[in-house]
Write a protein that binds this ligand. Sequence first.
Ligand SMILES: Nc1ncnc2c1ncn2[C@@H]1O[C@H](COP(=O)(O)OP(=O)(O)OP(=O)(O)O)[C@@H](O)[C@H]1O
Ligand SMILES: Nc1ccn([C@@H]2O[C@H](COP(=O)(O)O)[C@@H](O)[C@H]2O)c(=O)n1
Ligand SMILES: [Mg+2]
Length: 215
Amino acid sequence: MLQSRNCPAYRREPSHRKSPLLFLFWFEGGPGSGKGTQCAKIVQHFGFAHISTGDLLRDESRSGSETGNMIESIMKEGKMVPAEVTIKLLQKAMQESGNDKLLIDGFPRNEENRAAYEAVIKIEPKLVLFLDCSEEEMERRLLNRNQGRLDDNIETMRKRFKVFKESTLPVIEYYNSKGKVRKIDAGKPAEEVFEDIKTIFTSISQVKHCFCVIL
Ligand SMILES: Nc1ncnc2c1ncn2[C@@H]1O[C@H](COP(=O)(O)OP(=O)(O)OP(=O)(O)O)[C@@H](O)[C@H]1O
Ligand SMILES: Nc1ccn([C@@H]2O[C@H](COP(=O)(O)O)[C@@H](O)[C@H]2O)c(=O)n1
Ligand SMILES: [Mg+2]
């Protein structure tokens, strides 16, 4: 039954994808909670493709286009880029990924993101992984990140924390009410956090041998 043409996942696929999606996971968590760090480990260990909406927006902002300049000034302010811009970049990256297991990092970050995703992409995530970390720890991590990001300064950081609490947490709560969220204690050392993630991923990947598709 695996990958049958009658599977709902085939019917809901974006038309340009080369392969049907088996697993679509979303990664949420406050700024500095360790989303990028853990996604890199999952890619290595479980062969997922990692799509970071923040990275897609940063790439676009470097293009020097009018949209790129607009993105840069919004990011500097720690605000959210309009969903119509982000969704286009995300849809393209998903279509081009060529992987049937996708990890989407930092999306949807607010209600507008979620509505755009449901209108345009329409593929339900199997799981939403929420990295839960205290603000003090996230602040400490961001101040030590040293990757030259425009938004790694105390003023922007505090604005991002506010956006996270006011706009992202309600979206996580929405998916929690649908039974999709797995909350992970992200305040521990990265290797320990990954051990908890491995437990979740291992139990999910065993399921694929029993069911057609889990989207
Ligand atoms: N569990 C951890 N313990 C200590 N430091 C960590 C941990 N996880 C990540 N870090 C460090 O914290 C910083 C932020 O991590 P990372 O970039 O993965 O966070 P993020 O959630 O992707 O943040 P953002 O939303 O800003 O992109 C990095 O310097 C990273 O090395
Ligand atoms: N869905 C999103 C994701 C990100 N942004 C903007 O990018 C900034 C950095 O995002 P990270 O995921 O790398 O933390 C974020 O503060 C937003 O300005 C967005 O608008 N929409
Ligand atoms: Mg990140």
